[in-house]
Design a protein around this ligand. Structure first.
Ligand code: NAI
Ligand code: MG
Length: 492
């Protein structure tokens, strides 16, 4: 069977700045690769510090213009809603872009990435009209008034990874626009097409020019220039802990606001009383979906000895039965990882574990010849201290470890024995066990008897998973500064 692989109309190698397509300062180009075939399907402009400066000036100018001719909360709400509608109206085009650019099976792009983007934009649209300060009763002598104002932080720089290119752009754009900020986005060099298209659509949806700019390019050049630009008030970054550490340090030098949503090696704790079928489905979905390239994926499974073989067997079976292949085939469930480099990084972890005595179960069929496919894999006979157990693999690889104790402190110690702290998952029918663990787990998010996240819930990490929260009210408020106002009356 053949599938339509014609690339939807994509912009040439240009940036989107100040409401239109802009030629880059240098003629350097980056190839856009389809991870399912290795073919080069388009080119991107390799953005420079000059391009970033131009975009930041456009954003700054947009904020100044909006102070004169106000871009009101309800107008920002309407623009975000219109953008959501526009993405929905062009759902198939966006789905195909994500599939060809990021290697996502088309059924996933259609079912998750595009509807997730639409829902995200709609959710944040609602916040534009709902941000408020507070009023305080003051104790100073005489009559007085005290209140707080929530003001947008200003120009914000967004730097995002390649695993959810469109939804990742929306996670940051939505709250920033709701709060009244202007955005310069540097998408990942491996997957920038959908963000460029989103910026182009935004103009037709009522975004004033300069509120949403996209500069493509590599991290150490375009990304670093955005981080270092003195007129950028805040950086919101999602990606690796190594890069996030550099960015946080650079922001500290300028006392710039920064949110860093970094890697994870999230534990899953399954007790013998859990609904094992539901747990197996959710665990498999969470680690195999998007080929394991999800920051919050549960990747260290701690399961009670009594049910360890049954549960890991069920998860491995789900992996073994996955349909792997052409990303344009609606039946395909698992696509490639993003690049050859990521594939070899993943196999280094797996081979390292096998050399140290790990056992592997999962998909045993042939993988497509072309493209960067990795088989869904469950590793057992592994332990803390092995790189596969300690490090973020960012591939469809689950490490399963049994436990025997009923002591919640001991179980939590196993789960917490890792430098990350993004998510944690607990499966049990016992309320007291669940509550007991929630308090003991070092993670920004804990989910009990489910792996699903929701945009209303603040998300973010502790420890090496970063700091700051996205989504929910906290995610929007992170784009505001609180100004405290006190007025002593009686001086007129
Ligand atoms: P990365 O963190 O280097 O890249 C993410 C974004 O940061 C990209 O847009 C990149 O261009 C930009 N960037 C890179 N260096 C920069 C710099 N010096 N200044 C400013 N921006 C910069 O991640 P990479 O190299 O693509 O992936 C490596 C590993 O990182 C993965 O194997 C995975 O373990 C982890 N990762 C985790 C993610 C998560 O959501 N938790 C997402 C992506 C990667
Ligand atoms: Mg690509």
């Amino acid at each position: 069977m053949t599938f339509d692989s014609s690339l939807p109309a994509v912009p040439g190698a240009r940036h989107f700045i100040g409401g239109g397509w802009v030629e880059p300062a240098s003629c350097e180009r980056l190839p856009v690769e389809n991870p399912a075939t290795g073919e080069v399907i388009a080119e991107l402009a390799a953005g420079s510090a000059e391009d970033i400066d131009r975009a930041v000036k456009a954003a700054d100018g947009a904020l100044t213009a909006a102070r004169h001719a106000r871009w009101t909360p309800s107008q920002r709400q309407d623009a975000l809603l219109a953008l959501a509608n526009a993405v929905e109206a062009q759902a198939e085009e966006f789905a195909l872009l994500e599939t060809l650019d990021a290697g996502k099976p088309i059924s996933n792009s259609r079912r998750v990435d595009v509807p997730g983007t639409v829902a995200t934009l709609r959710y944040f649209a609602g916040w534009a009209t709902k941000l408020t300060g507070e009023s305080m009763e003051l104790s100073q002598p005489g009559e007085s008034t005290g209140y707080t104002l929530r003001e947008p932080v200003g120009v914000v720089g967004h730097i995002i990874p390649w695993n959810y290119p469109l939804m990742g752009a929306a996670f940051k754009l939505g709250p920033a626009i709701a709060a009244g900020c202007a955005v310069v986005l540097k998408p990942a060099e491996q997957s920038s097409l959908s963000a460029l298209r989103l910026a182009e659509l935004a103009i037709a949806c009522g975004f004033p020019p300069g509120f949403f700019n996209v500069v493509t390019g590599v991290g150490p050049v375009a990304g670093a220039a955005l981080v270092d630009h003195p007129d950028v008030a805040k950086i919101s970054f999602t990606g690796s802990t190594a890069t996030g550490t550099q960015i946080a340090a650079a922001c500290a030098r300028q006392m710039k606001r920064v949110t860093v949503e970094l890697g994870g090696k999230s534990p899953i704790i399954v007790f013998a009383d859990a609904d094992l079928d539901a747990a197996a489905r959710a665990i498999a979905m969470n680690i195999f979906f998007n080929s394991g390239q999800t920051c919050s994926a549960g990747s260290r499974l701690f399961v009670h000895r009594d049910v360890a073989d049954t549960l890991t067997g069920k998860v491995a079976q789900i992996g073994a039965a996955m349909k792997i292949g052409d990303t344009r085939d609606p039946e395909t469930q698992l696509g490639p990882v993003i690049t050859a480099a990521q594939r070899s990084r993943i196999s280094t972890f797996v081979e390292g574990a096998l050399a140290q005595g790990a056992q592997s179960r999962g998909y045993e069929g042939a993988l497509p010849d072309a493209g960067y496919y990795v088989a869904p894999t469950v590793l057992s006979e592994v332990r803390s201290g092995m790189a596969a157990v300690d490090e973020e693999i960012f591939g469809p690889v689950l490490c399963a470890m049994p436990f025997e104790t009923h002591d919640l402190d001991e179980i939590a110690a196993l789960a917490n024995d890792n430098r990350y702290g993004l998510s944690a998952y607990v499966w049990t029918r016992s309320l007291s066990r669940a509550h007991g663990l929630i308090g003991r787990l070092r993670a920004g998010t804990v989910r009990v008897n489910s792996a699903a996240g929701e945009i209303v819930m603040p998300a973010g990490g502790v420890r090496q998973s970063g700091f700051g929260r996205e989504n929910g009210r906290a995610g929007v408020e992170a784009y505001t500064e609180l100004k405290s106002v006190t007025i002593a009356h009686g001086h007129d």
